[in-house]
Design a protein around this ligand. Structure first.
Ligand code: GN1
Ligand code: MG
Length: 377
């Protein structure tokens, strides 16, 4: 499935509340005549809308508006990070387009509604597509190039460091401890139907210790990273097929690039979606992996230090495990974090990520060989 940012019927789901959206849009510096509103995209957290707004004269323009998920409690820090990162991208005159935040009439980067929910808007990047699953090595390579350029363009990002927007984000040990507590408390009586997934998560717990050690390892440079480096956060130009922009900058932070590489492998080196029901299909495709590596390393190999290169495969295992762990924890808690389309959705997501994680572990040597071969000599 793909989400084309050229608006189509297929990427729009429920009917949006036009009255509410009209009220929100009025607070922003966009033409306030709302011609069309559609629910948009496939994110797991925010409510996202494509809005067509018309000035009194001239051409209507598409925007992406989002009502933020309540996990984002500090919108000033969130939007400040995004503004700093996109300004840096723009000053570099990079080949990647930087997303453009729409300001409110009070020149703020978000608006708080009367229910205490935060809203923000972007100018929509048209004629580009966000792919949910990979179609072949060419797309995997472009995804690698997109995130490789992103890392390289931000490699000279100035101090101060970016702000932490979600406490404990990307802390695998923290996620595991939370999971252990939820399993013990079993608030929704769901441990029985999830027994085999719980056991599978516990079987792979050595990854948690390895992440804890790696995170503190000297030589692992803290860089400006995306921290949600999924295939569907690269926009691919519809006519050239080239990576045009990196979107969804909510989690940009100073962190470890092995996890951005890892998220990319999780989502672009496997043909199936994150919620693949037939888990026998949720496996690594080595040709996709090779294409992705060659794209990513083309832009990052010169920056990377030996300990980072050594831990790239671990980054992929850890991110896939983390996804499984977080989906399962959410299932056990009664689906309070991620949006779901059916009652089993988080469990299904967990299973497919577990299958992929095991596949990444058993293919580690082959993957390391590919990385070695892709590194510029
Ligand atoms: C969430 O909503 P989305 O798809 O951009 C999550 C990521 C997970 C991802 C799983 C802030 O991202 O960490 O990897 O779902 N974002 C947050 O696909 O929790
Ligand atoms: Mg995201």
């Amino acid at each position: 499935m793909t989400t084309s940012l050229t608006i189509t019927e297929s990427n729009c789901h429920k009917k949006p509340d036009i009255q509410k959206l009209t009220q929100v849009v009025e607070h922003f510096n966009v033409p306030s005549k709302l011609l069309e509103a559609r629910q948009f995209g496939n994110g797991h957290l925010h409510d996202t809308y494509a809005l067509l707004c018309a000035p009194s004269t001239g051409k209507p323009q598409w925007y992406v508006f989002q009502r933020l998920h309540p996990v984002f409690k500090d919108p000033d820090a969130l939007m400040d990070n995004i503004t700093r990162v996109t300004s840096h991208q723009r000053n570099k005159h990079t080949r990647l387009e930087a997303v453009e935040v729409v300001l409110t009439k009070e020149a703020k980067a978000y608006f708080e509604d009367d229910e205490g929910r935060y809203w923000r808007g972007y100018v929509m990047i048209l004629d580009a597509t966000s792919y949910e699953t990979v179609t072949g090595p060419m797309l995997a390579k472009q995804a690698g190039i997109g995130f490789g350029r992103f890392l390289s363009d931000l490699s000279d990002f100035p101090d101060p460091p970016l702000k932490q927007t979600i406490a404990g984000f990307r802390d695998l040990k923290g996620y595991f401890d939370k999971f252990t507590t939820v399993v013990l408390e079993d608030p929704c009586n769901r441990t029985t139907p999830a027994r085999s997934e719980i056991d599978a998560i516990v079987d792979l717990a050595s990854l948690v210790d390895k992440a804890d050690i790696s995170n503190r390892k000297s030589g692992l440079k803290r860089r400006v990273v995306h921290y949600d480096a999924k295939l569907n956060n690269v926009l691919i130009d519809n006519s050239t097929g080239v990576a045009r922009a990196i979107v969804d900058l909510d989690t940009v932070n100073n962190g470890l690039c092995i996890y951005d590489f890892g998220d990319l492998v999780r989502t672009a080196a496997c043909y199936t979606p994150e919620d693949q029901e037939d888990v026998s299909q949720a496996s690594l495709d080595i040709n996709l992996f090779e294409a992705l590596c060659s794209g990513w390393l083309e832009y990052t190999a010169e920056l990377l230090m030996p300990p980072e290169l050594e831990l790239l495969c671990f980054g992929a295992q850890a991110m896939t495990y983390e996804a499984a762990l977080r989906f399962l924890t959410d299932y056990l808690q009664g689906d309070i974090y991620y949006k779901i389309q059916n009652p089993q959705h988080n469990l299904i997501r967990c299973r497919s990520q577990l299958a992929l994680c095991n596949c990444l572990i058993s293919n580690q040597t082959a993957m390391e060989d590919v990385i070695l071969a892709c590194r510029p000599k």
